[in-house]
Each structure stands twice: as structure tokens, then as C-alpha cells.
Write a protein that binds this ligand. Structure first.
Ligand SMILES: [Zn+2]
Length: 442
């Protein structure tokens, strides 16, 4: 497998036998949206392809369960931060199951406080951090001179200015960010060597990677929004301590648009994961999870994906087309190899689907079947699928035809004519028998 690394911009081979993947997960304070779903679908497929290629894969998706947004949302509802974050983390796992995704290892940040303290102390000891007058422990951005995902300049000013809990006056440099934020005794917090407070978001991921993988991973990823400042900060925190790159390969998947526009709560075009699943299931009852997953793979993972009705319709048509003729097809393990080879070039799913359509056209049914099985597509289900409206219509047509036969037997011609119009409106052919024609002559 070769993947495009966001840090170097190069295609890089995935080399080790044991592959560790750390994909940044949710902050559970509200329902997940289609953007989360896409990240999960992409990393789920990546793990499956690597496993198919013989790698041992450990996929981790953290849950950022200590966060100001969780605390604010919990206070608004009058519940504890723990209860609220557990609820949304559980909901998120249910969505993964409903979407047909494997549940990865899900470490919760709140279980790693000791590792956060250890890493923060190590950064203080090495001069990469300092305790500001405010009591916050801040990262000294100027102390880092390694390669970065983005220049750590103005963006950091904006992001930190938005964080009212860090007192900018205590900073040596406006770019510096918090590793530990002091809190009032009345606020939600934890005891630490630096007093009552809460960890910064970025240090949570560095600490979890340290605890679970010894400080670095094969592939680190998440949505493109996480590149800066989150992943950049993780690099700056981890690399001076562990003395090696935090990740061999950085993977940032593109965002999800809604009908061509950036999704936002203020525009009212925000699509939750659950809504997307329901939308998919309405189009193909019982097969919505397949439709959602395959729709998410229609754009290259590095590019934006436009979530729209037409995406769902075209994916549905594609799947209905691809399953044709696969009912009794038996496959051999080697039938999957060419599809895996397609995907191993930077997980290029749109190109792999174009190739798959070509295979279907050539009649290479075993290859197509093996690929769809690998993607978790319920081939039998899709083959048996009938348009729900047509199924409903067929029953209605049968009923109206029976009523019309009865009306004609009763020589109720007005009723018979009315029923004929109703049947025609439903697209049903109405053939009058000679009896009826005779009746017309009467
Ligand atoms: Zn993270």
C-alpha cells in the first residue's frame, strides 16, 4: 500500500508488518455528522485493505471526553460531563455498528491523565514548556524546529485568541498553546502537579499515542480540519520527547460538503450521521448502510465529498447495476487480488470503482463479486431489491384490477371507467375484453 503523506506530500509505502493507525475521533458533546462518518469509513477500509495484504493492524480512534464544549453542553442540560460524553460516545458506536463498520479500540482521554502529566513534565524538563503567570502550563512554540504540517503562524493566533481560558498576557509568545489549563475549584477539573485544572486538547492525543504505541504510529490521521492546529501541536509535543517522527504517514481526508456548500449549523445544512443513514435507508430499505458506505467512497479520500441526493441516487444505481448476474457466482481467494491491487495505489476508491465497472462489462463476475463481498455489500439483498414504490403500486394495481373485474361483472360501467383511469395513472396497461367493447356499443 502506498499512501500520500500530508507532511512530505510524497507517496509513501506502508512498510511494517504491524501497522498502528491512530485516527482522531470525536469530542462527544453532540451528535456526530457525515464528516465523522466519512473519516470512519475511510479508515475502516484502509485497515481492511492492509489486513488483506497481510499486515497486522491496530486501529485506534480516541474519544476526547475532556473538553470545554462537553462541560458547557452538560451544564446546559444539568447533567455531569461524564454522563453526557458517555451518551454521545455510545451513540457514536451504535452509528458505527449500524453503518457496518468495525468498532476500533476507543481510548478515552480521561483515562490517561497520568500519561498527560508525564508528557507535560517531560516537556517542562526539556524547556519546551513553561508555567505561565496564569498558572497554565504552555508549550513554547519557538523551541520546536522540526518539520511542520503548516507554518505555525497567524493561524495559531486566531485559534488561541478564541480560547478564553488561556490568559494571553501570561504567554511568552502568542503562538504558545496550553498543555494544562488552570481551573477554579468550583469548575470541572482534576488534580495535577500544577494544581486543579484540565488538559489541553492536543496533549491528550500525544499522551494516548505515548501510552498505547510508545510515542509514534505508522499512520496518523483524521479530517483535514485537524491538520492545524491539532496535529501540528501533537508533532511539537511528541517529537522532542520521543526523538522520532510522530507518524510515518499523515493522512488527512477531505471534508464533506452539503449540496456543494460547506456544512455549518448556522447555514442549517448540517447533516448528522444518523440522518444520512436514514436518508440512505429510505432509498434502499434494509440496505442503507451499504449505500452510505459506498457513497462515501465515491470521491477520493483526499478530496472533498459532496453529500447530496444525486450522490445517493447514482451510487444506488451503480450498486444495482454491479450486482446483476452475481447471484450464483462462486469466488476463489485470488479473485479479490486485482481489486486490492487497485486500492493499494493511495486507496483510490473512485478509480477502483471505474475499474470494477469495466470488470462487470467484461463479464468477470467472480472478480466483481469478490470486490463487493470485500466491501461488505449485501449482494443477495441488492439482487432481491425492488423499488418500494413499485412494490406498493403492484399491490395496488392488483387490488384495482380485481375491483374493476367485479365492477364489469356487475355491469357497473361508470365504476369500471373510473377504475380504468386510476389504473392508467399508475402506469398499468388496461386491456378491455370483447365484453367491454360490446358494452361500449350499447
Ligand atoms: Zn487527536
Amino acid at each position: 500500500m502506498q499512501l500520500k503523506d500530508s507532511l512530505s506530500g510524497e507517496l509513501r509505502p506502508v512498510q511494517p508488518q504491524q501497522v498502528s493507525i491512530y485516527a482522531c475521533g470525536i469530542t462527544p458533546y453532540s451528535s456526530a455528522h457525515v464528516g465523522h462518518a466519512r473519516t470512519y469509513v475511510v479508515f475502516d477500509l484502509l485497515a481492511k485493505v492492509l489486513q488483506q495484504q497481510g499486515h497486522e493492524v491496530s486501529l485506534v480512534r480516541n474519544v476526547t471526553d475532556i473538553d470545554d464544549k462537553i462541560i458547557a453542553a452538560a451544564a446546559k442540560e444539568g447533567v455531569s460531563w461524564h454522563e453526557l460524553s458517555q451518551r454521545y460516545a455510545r451513540e457514536n458506536r451504535m452509528l458505527m455498528v449500524k453503518t457496518g463498520l468495525a468498532i476500533p479500540r476507543e481510548p478515552h482521554a480521561s483515562h490517561f491523565l497520568e500519561d498527560i502529566f508525564k508528557l507535560t513534565q517531560a516537556l517542562l524538563d526539556k524547556g519546551h514548556a513553561y508555567v505561565a503567570a496564569s498558572g497554565d502550563v504552555l508549550y513554547r512554540v519557538a523551541s520546536f524546529d522540526g518539520p511542520l504540517l503548516m507554518p505555525h503562524k497567524e493561524g495559531s493566533l486566531r485559534s488561541e485568541q478564541g480560547n478564553s481560558r488561556v490568559d494571553a498576557s501570561g504567554k511568552e509568545d502568542l503562538r504558545d498553546f496550553a498543555l494544562w489549563k488552570r481551573a477554579e475549584a468550583s469548575e470541572v477539573g482534576f488534580d495535577s502537579p500544577w494544581g486543579w485544572g484540565r488538559p489541553g486538547w492536543h496533549i491528550e492525543c500525544s499522551a494516548m499515542i505515548s501510552a498505547l504505541f510508545g510515542g509514534s504510529v505508522t499512520i496518523h490521521g483524521g479530517g483535514v480540519d485537524l491538520k492545524f492546529p491539532h496535529h501540528q501541536a501533537e508533532i511539537m509535543q511528541s517529537e522532542p520527547i520521543f526523538g522520532r517522527p510522530l507518524a510515518d504517514i499523515w493522512m488527512h481526508n477531505g471534508s464533506v460538503l452539503s449540496e456543494g456548500q460547506k456544512m455549518s449549523k448556522s447555514l442549517g445544512n448540517f447533516v448528522t450521521w444518523e440522518h444520512a443513514l436514514n436518508q440512505s435507508d429510505e432509498l434502499v430499505p434494509g440496505l442503507g448502510a451499504d449505500l452510505l458506505r459506498v457513497s462515501m467512497l465515491q470521491a477520493h479520500w483526499q478530496k472533498p465529498l459532496d453529500w447530496s441526493d444525486s450522490l445517493l441516487y447514482s451510487t444506488k444505481a451503480e450498486l444495482l447495476h454491479l450486482v446483476q448476474g452475481l447471484g450464483s457466482v462462486k469466488t476463489q481467494p485470488q479473485d479479490l487480488e486485482p481489486f486490492i491491487a487497485q486500492l493499494s495505489s493511495n486507496l483510490n476508491t473512485p478509480a477502483a470503482f471505474v475499474w470494477l465497472r469495466g470488470q462487470h462489462k467484461l463479464g468477470n463476475s467472480a472478480v466483481v463479486r469478490a470486490a463487493l463481498d470485500f466491501l461488505g455489500v449485501n449482494v443477495e439483498g441488492w439482487l432481491a431489491f425492488k423499488e418500494p414504490s413499485l412494490v406498493a403500486n403492484a399491490q395496488l394495481i392488483e387490488l384495482l384490477q380485481a375491483q374493476r373485474a367485479q365492477a364489469r361483472q356487475d355491469k357497473d360501467w361508470a365504476r369500471s371507467d373510473e377504475l380504468r383511469e386510476q389504473l392508467r395513472a399508475l402506469g398499468a396497461e388496461v386491456q378491455d375484453t370483447p365484453t367491454r367493447r360490446q358494452s361500449n356499443l350499447q
